[in-house]
Design a protein around this ligand. Sequence first.
Ligand SMILES: Nc1nc2c(c(=O)[nH]1)N[C@H]1C(S)=C(S)[C@@H](COP(=O)(O)OP(=O)(O)OC[C@H]3O[C@@H](n4cnc5c(=O)[nH]c(N)nc54)[C@H](O)[C@@H]3O)O[C@H]1N2
Ligand SMILES: Nc1nc2c(c(=O)[nH]1)N[C@H]1C(S)=C(S)[C@@H](COP(=O)(O)OP(=O)(O)OC[C@H]3O[C@@H](n4cnc5c(=O)[nH]c(N)nc54)[C@H](O)[C@@H]3O)O[C@H]1N2
Ligand code: SF4
Ligand SMILES: [Mo]
Length: 697
Amino acid sequence: MASYAKEKDGIFPSVCSLDCPDTCGLLVHKKDGKIVKVEGDPTHPVTQGAICNKVRNMPARIHDPNRLKYPLKRIGAKGEGKFARITWEEAIETISSKWKALIREHGAESILPYSFYGNMGILNAEGMDRRFFHRLGASQLERTICNAAGKAGYMYTLGGGYGTDPEETVHAKLFIFWGCNAVSTNMHQVTLAEKARKNGAQVVVIDVHKNQTGRWADWFIPILPGTDTALALGLMHVLFAENLVDEEFLTAHTVGHEELREHVKRYDPETVSAITKVPAEDIYKLARLYGTTSPAFIRIGNGPQHHDNGGMFVRSVACLPALTGQWHIKGGGAIKGNSDYSAVNFQVLQRPDLLKQKTRSINMNQIGEALTELDPPVYSVFVYNSNPLVVAPDTNKVKAGFAREDLFTVVHDLFLTETARYADIVLPATSAFENLDLYTSYWHLYVHLHEPVLEPYGESKSNVDVFRLLAQAMGFEEQAFKDTEEEMIRQILDREANPYLDGITYEALHEKRFMKIDSSKAPKFPGRLPTPSGKIELYSTRMEKEGLPPLPTYEPIKEEEMFPLLFVSAPNHNFLNSTFSNNAKHVAMEKTPRLHIHPEDARKRGIEHGEKVRVYNNRGECELTAFVAENVLPGAVVSQGLWADEPGTKRIVNALTPSRLSDMGGGATFFSTRVEVEKLAADANGMDDKKNSDSDV
Ligand SMILES: Nc1nc2c(c(=O)[nH]1)N[C@H]1C(S)=C(S)[C@@H](COP(=O)(O)OP(=O)(O)OC[C@H]3O[C@@H](n4cnc5c(=O)[nH]c(N)nc54)[C@H](O)[C@@H]3O)O[C@H]1N2
Ligand SMILES: Nc1nc2c(c(=O)[nH]1)N[C@H]1C(S)=C(S)[C@@H](COP(=O)(O)OP(=O)(O)OC[C@H]3O[C@@H](n4cnc5c(=O)[nH]c(N)nc54)[C@H](O)[C@@H]3O)O[C@H]1N2
Ligand code: SF4
Ligand SMILES: [Mo]
């Protein structure tokens, strides 16, 4: 294994490990064994030397004095944050003996892993951990917090995570960013659109919030939260009615276009306008623009699928390029996720065969219920790569769960997060810069090998190492727990079932660092899709069998109308979910958590720009600073960022969000919530910048 970890000075290749579609190639500058600068790799075809502000400021996080150096055990109350240093031997012994006792008394299902993608490295995010928990026979976690609904909706329509190669979108003449805050969350798609714009391309953004992406657009279309499927159906109505569809493509490559043509007659622009608040003339205009511009590309964002009807939203929008034949056109089509192009061999990575007996599975969006209501109970939870006390819905329920005295909690992280404060044992994690791992992107088509560029910080250990140690302590003898990282990477790249990975080997990656998969190898479009019919399913008999509407259909969100305002708590520019929310530099860049509210709604409540407000519903409350401007429609309010609490603050927006599951895939419904807003006492301080100009990043 190659490693640059011991080199004190120089510039070394790396990869960004954050849960971001761009998966950038990085160059890390070291001085005296520390990272002093991170920049984009200029030789990487997608990164092209440019990276985001978050990661340019990554050295501050990696060498943050608050990083965890040693294992800790709790000596105060749960949540209080009082810990004492222990050795790794004591930590592993404590965990393994507790788990052995729990297994004897309650069975292995009383233990639950809880993780997400705080580190996107395949071995550290979904490799050795999965092997371990399969062998243990623990309860399984359904990892549904991010894009489960959208993925399911896309699958019904197109059969898998395959879409347009983003590099080809430089040829597009029309970009629709649909519920995608790309300036903050997918910056290289913005770079590609900028290039196309120089050749005359137009950029349309459809969002509930005129944020930095909306301001960058040529045409911003505001919409009411949770109504996008109706808009997609309205566009289909006009496309069919005005003969802007590609009949040849429909006949050759889709099933159900006649049923769809009939079905969308009821979604005329006037009807759709009443639902979405998008003016009828704008629906005509957008449909005509989309129907007459080629190549036309849609970036389907994650935001609108965090609703009760989120799966249907993605399914409906994914049908649009089929109506116009855009799936055929280089640079046209759409991207929701492209992860299946580079899918590795998950059977050998995760070894589901090590699981001897079927175990129960628990949806991570309902971790609060799982820890407070489930019978038989969960008695131990192991958290890694995630921070559920901030990111999971219905925080108060989640807190009640983690506060249980009879719950044995282990948290493995780089920092003492909100969740870690509730742990019995805290384990220090290496950063991804310290690990050997393999990276694929869920947007572009490059596969990366990451070789360590830093030595482990303090006594920290990688996830792979921790699960190897735990396997040993539990007495697991299988070779699967002795494989080195290099062996694991070789095993998972060896996959006959995925011809796209042909030629991508450990040696080749070691030499080249990143390689593009060849998407022309097994063209999916048109006509060879992994759907039941092999075609694009505008009508899905699979959905019908599963009790879902077989055609794209608008259903309103389910939130009871007990509170007047729809509340969307979107991600922000300088954090990555809750990552960076505990790093002073990134917090300073982001300033303060805000609530965007329309002047009409503010006036009704006597709220002025820059004043502190209390946002509440029957689940909980939080305190934010009002940003009064016409950046949102009346009736909707928007916050940005998953902020951590400091003493005296109430900034955790998930205190307000529901743990209901979406229409398909068991997805999260963060944005299908309603709140009331009131002014806080006058002495509660406000925002540092008082002007409500449109610059809020
Ligand atoms: N800077 C930064 N980058 C990130 C992240 C981050 O936290 N910060 N998170 C990463 C992760 S894990 C993910 S999944 C991606 C997500 O990145 P995106 O795909 O951009 O998704 P979101 O940011 O969740 O939401 C996108 C937009 O949807 C809007 N929205 C919400 N509800 C609706 C609706 O009903 N209709 C419409 N039309 N719009 C709606 C929001 O206002 C927001 O602007 O970003 C990744 N990149
Ligand atoms: N209200 C609301 N809630 C949301 C969202 C939203 O838009 N609004 N977005 C949702 C989405 S899309 C997502 S993906 C989730 C994300 O939720 P999470 O996956 O929990 O993401 P992070 O908050 O970034 O937390 C990742 C944690 O992993 C730690 N970590 C990083 N690297 C390693 C490592 O190598 N080992 C270990 N052990 N730990 C590591 C980090 O320090 C950090 O504390 O949040 C969801 N929650
Ligand atoms: S967070 Fe995204 S844009 Fe920023 S460096 Fe990482 S991959 Fe690139
Ligand atoms: Mo996500």
